[in-house]
Design a protein around this ligand. Structure first.
Ligand code: GDP
Length: 535
């Protein structure tokens, strides 16, 4: 290692960094909770402004035409705010129609995850999928059960669902008092205090919070009798269940602290934020080619987890989002690019706040910076100063949508192949090919429909090729970990298509989970993986 000065500033900055992403199913309240966290964090003064900014941007921006046509945001943002001396980075995971492989990759840059659940719906499909990625990465998971101001399922039943379905131990840090119209507040089990909230209009400002110690006789006056007895019973039950909050288990991603509240009315948001900051993991060590590297390693290192093209069509620029892993980032610094060995001057760094670009000068481990360097970066690339270091790559995640991409115009053959290969290298979509050599058209494999649209749009805009897309009837992909040889041995397979990924590795496509399970039962000797091993 090169010897460079001890940097006390680096230690302090790592200590106060907390970085997380929210995993949820559409409509659980991610936007609302994000806004309320920003409100409590003092980053905005009135909730509603994130949405308002978004609407304003829609009207005025000259961003990607497709973004405007569809009225959605392709941009993932990193929201940075200070709270109680902590620097918090909230990595936005694209959801809804813009759900894509980027949603998964964002979790590679996160140190913690907040699992947001709608109390009436419990666990939903997108949350389960994202949970699997968190589990693979052993991220600590904090659960916020939302919308308690509406009739929902029993809190105990929700805890049970998390335990049974996700195999995650739960510990309720707070407990709701009433539900729906009668939702009055939460009991903080740690402090043994009751927080009674009163609503403020549209939840645009912080909710008024009355705090009462558990032994205070006023409780019986303030709470309606049945709610008081219900709370007492439920708390006794929870105590009997006996689980203790175990910080190590939380940090290993085996136990989730659970919070109940209502993002819309702000109930429980402050308690959640305070506990989260107390228990969340700070930026930690990461595996690399030279072993585990601590964030306080004084040289700057980071990796690209997301690329975004054409945010500004006038400049056709690409933004590479880099997670800072070690050292201090400074504007204009010169770094090495591990994959190509090139030297790059990072002259135009930027961070994104609520989708408005804003230039930054310095960043520390746990932060995310956006770099405009057209064509240089690919997903998973490491940049570093000092001794050469390369971080583990980001795996390919199981695609669920498949389509054959055709170029009907033979004179565009070259542009078509160049475009497809460049867009794939950037990680916008996975490309597969039929194992049958006579079928040469690439198969696009994606996690979200939007990825297809981006590919077609960019091929047309940047490479001048109009393409046709034929959807294929598959929804599940599995990599055959023990390779072509194992596959050849089992002979002909039914109800599945055999394709190869960009590295020539065998992948099986199935119409549904059931077909996949059937094959696995018939051929246990095939080792199948939903997430591709890193190349
Ligand atoms: P997202 O799709 O996860 O970003 O969800 P949004 O934040 O856009 O919320 C989806 C809908 O649920 C909106 O109509 C919100 O107003 C509503 N919502 C969010 N949080 C709450 C809550 O705590 N209580 C109630 N009643 N509605 C909520």
């Amino acid at each position: 290692m090169t010897s460079i000065e001890f940097q006390p500033e680096l230690y302090t900055e790592v200590e106060r960094r907390r970085n997380f992403a929210i995993i949820s199913h559409p409509d659980a309240g991610k936007t609302t909770l994000t806004e309320k966290l920003l409100l409590y964090g003092g980053a905005i003064h009135e909730a509603g402004s994130v949405k308002a900014r978004r609407a304003q941007r829609k009207a005025t921006s000259d961003w990607m035409a497709m973004e405007q046509q569809r009225g959605i945001s392709i941009t993932s943002t990193v929201l940075q705010f200070e709270y109680n001396d902590c620097q918090i980075n909230l990595l936005d995971t694209p959801g809804h129609q813009d759900f894509s492989e980027d949603t998964y990759r964002t979790l590679a840059a996160a140190d913690n995850a907040v699992m947001l659940i709608d109390a009436a719906k419990g666990l939903e499909p997108q949350t389960r999928k994202l949970f699997e990625v968190c589990k693979m990465r052993q991220l600590p998971i904090f659960t916020f059960v939302n919308k308690l101001d509406r009739p929902g399922r029993e809190p105990l039943e929700l805890l049970d669902e998390i335990e049974q379905e996700l195999g995650l131990q739960t510990y309720a840090v707070n407990w709701p008092i009433g539900m729906g119209d009668r939702f009055q507040g939460v009991f903080d089990r740690h402090q043994q205090q009751i927080h009674l909230y009163s609503r403020v209009e549209h939840g645009s400002r912080e909710a008024v919070d009355t705090v009462i110690d558990v032994g205070d006789p006023k409780i019986e006056e303030l709470l309606e009798q049945d709610l008081y007895y219900q709370l007492k019973d439920e708390l006794e039950l929870l105590d009997e269940l006996g689980a203790e909050l175990d910080q190590d288990l939380v940090h290993q991603g085996k136990m989730t602290p659970v919070f109940f509240g209502s993002a819309m009315t702000n109930f429980g948001v402050d308690l959640f934020l305070n506990s989260f900051l107390e228990y969340a993991l700070k930026p930690g060590s990461r595996r690399s080619t030279v072993g585990e590297i601590a964030p306080t390693y004084p040289e700057f290192t980071g990796f690209v987890f997301k690329l975004q093209a054409n945010m500004d069509p006038k400049h056709r620029d690409r933004v590479a989002f880099v997670r800072v892993c070690t050292g201090k980032f400074e504007k204009d610094m010169t770094v090495n690019h591990a994959r190509t060995g090139k030297t790059i001057r990072l002259s135009r760094p930027q961070k994104l706040f609520a989708q408005d670009r804003e230039s930054i000068d310095i960043a520390f481990p746990g932060d995310v910076i956006g770099l405009n360097n057209p064509g240089v970066f690919a997903i998973g690339d490491t940049i570093y100063t000092g001794q050469k270091i390369e971080y583990e790559g980001i795996p390919c995640f199981s695609p669920e949508l498949f389509a054959t991409l055709r170029n009907p115009n033979p004179s565009k053959f070259k542009q078509f192949h160049k475009g497809v290969s460049e867009i794939r290298e950037e990680g916008a979509v996975q490309i597969m090919y039929s194992a049958d050599e006579s079928k040469r058209d690439p198969i696009l494999a994606a996690v979200g429909q939007l990825q297809f649209e981006v590919v077609q749009f960019r091929l047309q805009q940047e490479y001048g090729v109009e393409t046709q897309l034929d959807l294929l009837p598959y929804t599940v992909a599995r990599w055959v970990v023990n390779g072509w040889e194992a596959l050849d041995k089992v002979g002909r397979l039914f109800n599945t298509a055999t394709v190869k990924d960009s590295w020539g590795r065998p992948v099986l496509l199935f119409r549904n989970e059931w077909n996949c399970q059937q094959l696995q039962q018939d051929h246990p000797e095939l080792e199948l993986a939903a997430i591709a091993p890193v190349v």
